[in-house]
Design a binder for this molecule. Structure first.
Ligand code: NAP
Length: 643
């Protein structure tokens, strides 16, 4: 069914004839990833061993200690291999050997269960599209699936439903696909997750201009994928789903759709809610906001027509959006005042503004398996390699400022950066240094020339006195000062509490999900399903957000895969409705709640949008991405009721 990397086979795309391009690529590309390519193509274990003691986690000294002659030897061997006229047949590699390669490549021991994740999520597998798999029962043509939302989740669902032969429709409330990346158009909007990991595993791209590209480039990528896989033809644009009602008798979802003021009803056998969690703007409840006579706009509702040149601007909010916005608009504004309510940890990531060089792009395009191995490395160092940062070590003595040795290391790393940046501005350090463990809430990534440097500009000031109220010409601080402004940018985040937004979902017996969950008690089975709501699936549902690190892409793909497996099970069994058992739902929530007790997000000094009004974290997934990937790999029939 799938082609795996350890199956011996003729390597495609060789020999590489552009020798100059290859030489440049070998110089500029990531050395541990080149080593993996060489070992995979040659099976040369001795070379792996020669490097092993020199490769370390990037959080130490990375590859700087690899002796130059060893690096040169590797590059020469690889050049010879990749330019040789004779075809290369890849040697078969055992699972143990692959695991060893993975461990050497990141300089840390990697668990055996990571090997199947590597095959799937790094893109080594080339699965045969489901509808072409012999013996698989094909979904009936009148089995219709509704996907709500055409963002990253909806596009992935469309691609995979199409490959599985399902008749599907995507309802998108906007006039274009792209979700978050279509909506968030504020100056400086960009991606903290490295693009080589954020891209779908099945549609990787060697063409990213930056390791952390800006919003428009990510949106273009998503639109290209949608077009390439024929997803666009299935989209009903400008269409909002307002209500879903489960028709017990017909085993159908009766769906109310609103488009240009008209409401219509359609029926679907299954619904996938991919409308995301970070899309309902949170307008702050600051008194007087309506009195303001200038322009006030939320980052997610930015009006690019508003000219900020020479204007006095206020930004309320210092999360990822506020920080990015400040960097982009400070050079234009005559005066920029940033209002901080609570402190956010800021971490240095030198790659945040870095462009991808031509040599690296050549490697990604032409060197077999380089893209997959590089992706693995990025996944590890921005994903599961960071899990130890959020996991409490019960033996760690003083838990007031850090929760484990790794968490403390990250704290020291971030603090050193803040101290270095503010060596000449102790006032800013005093205002910004958090007093809670790092990762207790979402960190802000930064680099030289970015957020912290912006705060030091002569036309920029950081206000921490608190906002008393907004008045017609500015913002009144709690200590009685009026800061006059022309524009207020609300970087105040999103309203997550009603997990299903304004959409009403009535399950079995007409019970509304919102009523079951209360204002902010959303729970699920696996972050995907809820008992009493048959054939209703979610992506990024309760407790499935990877808040220890990057990886929303991986969660979404894992969930889409699970959902299609579940639909296939339904079709194969000739059943009409599928939902989790109460027992499975309860067990999953107990498991989540139990593991959550060990996570930094519940630290007494941490506060974040992950927590509901009772302090329960209903947003974050307390497991590693790889563990979650395994949990949702395929449906457990014992955990499901099929009728
Ligand atoms: P956010 O992280 O929720 O930050 C909102 C900010 O507004 C916080 O500083 C918050 O202060 C402040 N705030 C909220 N209400 C306020 C009020 N009434 N008065 C004063 N301050 C108020 O929102 P965000 O920055 O838009 O980011 C949301 C999420 O989007 C991020 O966590 C991330 O997952 C994603 N994102 C990613 C990127 C990227 O990848 N580069 C960029 C932007 C956003 P408190 O902390 O005190 O609540």
């Amino acid at each position: 069914m799938t082609q795996r990397m350890q199956e011996p086979g003729r390597v495609q795309g060789l020999p590489i004839t552009d020798h100059q391009g290859l030489q440049q690529a070998l110089q500029e590309a990531n050395l541990p990833s080149l080593l993996m390519v060489y070992v995979q193509l040659s099976g040369d274990e001795a070379m792996l061993d020669a490097f092993a003691s020199h490769l370390q986690s990037i959080y130490t000294t990375e590859v700087s200690e690899v002796p130059e002659d060893l690096a040169t030897d590797l590059r020469q061997r690889l050049f010879a291999l990749l330019t040789a006229e004779e075809p290369i047949n890849e040697p078969p590699l055992s699972t143990d050997f692959v695991r060893h390669m993975m461990s050497v490549s990141v300089g840390e021991a990697v668990d055996p269960e990571l090997v199947p994740v590597l095959y799937d999520q790094m893109g080594f597998e080339r699965p045969v599209p489901r509808k072409e798999q012999p013996g698989r029962p094909q979904p009936p043509a009148d089995f219709r699936v509704l996907v709500i939302g055409g963002g990253m989740s909806g596009i992935a669902a469309g691609v995979k439903l199409g490959e599985a032969g399902y008749n599907y429709v995507i309802a998108e409330k906007n006039s274009e696909l792209g979700g978050t990346w279509w909506e968030n158009r504020y100056p400086g909007v960009g991606l903290d997750t490295p693009s080589h990991f954020y891209a779908y595993s099945f549609a990787q791209s060697p063409d990213w201009s930056h390791y952390h590209p800006k919003g428009p480039e990510i949106e273009r990528y998503l639109l290209n994928v949608a077009d390439q896989y024929g997803v666009r033809e299935r989209v009903q644009f400008n269409t909002r789903v307002t209500a879903l009602r489960w028709d017990e008798h017909a085993s159908l979802w009766r769906v109310s759709l609103e488009s240009q003021g008209e409401v219509s009803e359609e029926s679907f056998q299954a619904v996938i809610n991919g409308h995301g969690i970070l899309n309902r703007w949170r307008m702050p409840d600051i008194p007087g906001l309506k009195d303001f006579q200038g322009v006030a706009m939320h980052t997610a509702g930015w009006d690019p027509e508003v000219d900020l040149k020479g204007k006095r601007v206020a930004i309320i909010g210092t999360g990822a959006s506020g920080a990015q916005l400040a960097v982009a608009i400070a050079p234009e504004a005559s005066q920029l005042t940033v209002f901080q309510r609570s402190r956010h940890w800021v971490m240095n990531n030198p790659e945040i503004h870095l462009g991808v060089t031509e040599g690296v792009k050549f490697a990604l395009r032409h060197i077999p398996h380089y893209m997959e191995w590089f992706r693995f490395r990025v996944y590890w160092f921005t994903g599961d390699g960071l899990y130890g940062n959020v996991l409490r070590d019960p033996t760690w003595e003083d838990q007031s400022l850090s929760i484990s040795a790794q968490n403390d290391g990250a704290r020291q790393y971030a603090l050193a950066y803040m101290q270095r940046k503010f060596a000449d501005r102790p006032d800013l350090l005093e205002k910004m240094q958090p007093d809670y463990p790092i990762f207790g809430k979402r960190i802000v990534l930064d680099a030289d020339g970015g957020w912290l440097d912006t705060l030091k500009q002569p036309n920029v000031s950081l206000e921490t006195a608190g906002i008393e109220r907004i008045v017609e010409n500015g913002i009144l601080t709690r200590d009685g000062r009026l800061i006059e402004v022309d524009v207020i940018a609300l970087a105040t985040g999103f309203e997550l509490a009603p997990a299903l937004g304004s959409m009403q979902v009535f399950g079995r017996g007409g019970v509304e999900a919102g009523a079951v969950w209360g204002r902010d008690e959303a729970r699920s089975y696996l972050g995907i399903m809820v008992p009493g709501y048959p054939n209703f699936f979610m992506t990024q549902g309760p407790n499935s957000a990877p808040n220890h690190a990057a990886g929303v892409n991986m969660v979404i793909e894992s969930q889409v895969n699970y959902i299609i497996e579940a639909l296939d099970l339904l079709v194969a069994r000739g059943a009409k409705a599928l939902e989790p058992t109460e027992a499975a739902y309860r067990e999953w929530n107990e498991r989540v709640d139990s593991q959550m007790q060990n996570m930094v997000w519940l630290h007494p000094k941490a506060s974040s949008y992950y927590l509901n009004s009772k302090g329960r974290n209903w947003v974050s997934c307390p497991f590693r991405l790889a563990d979650y990937w395994s949990m949702v790999r395929e449906p457990d029939p014992e955990a499901l009721v099929l009728k």
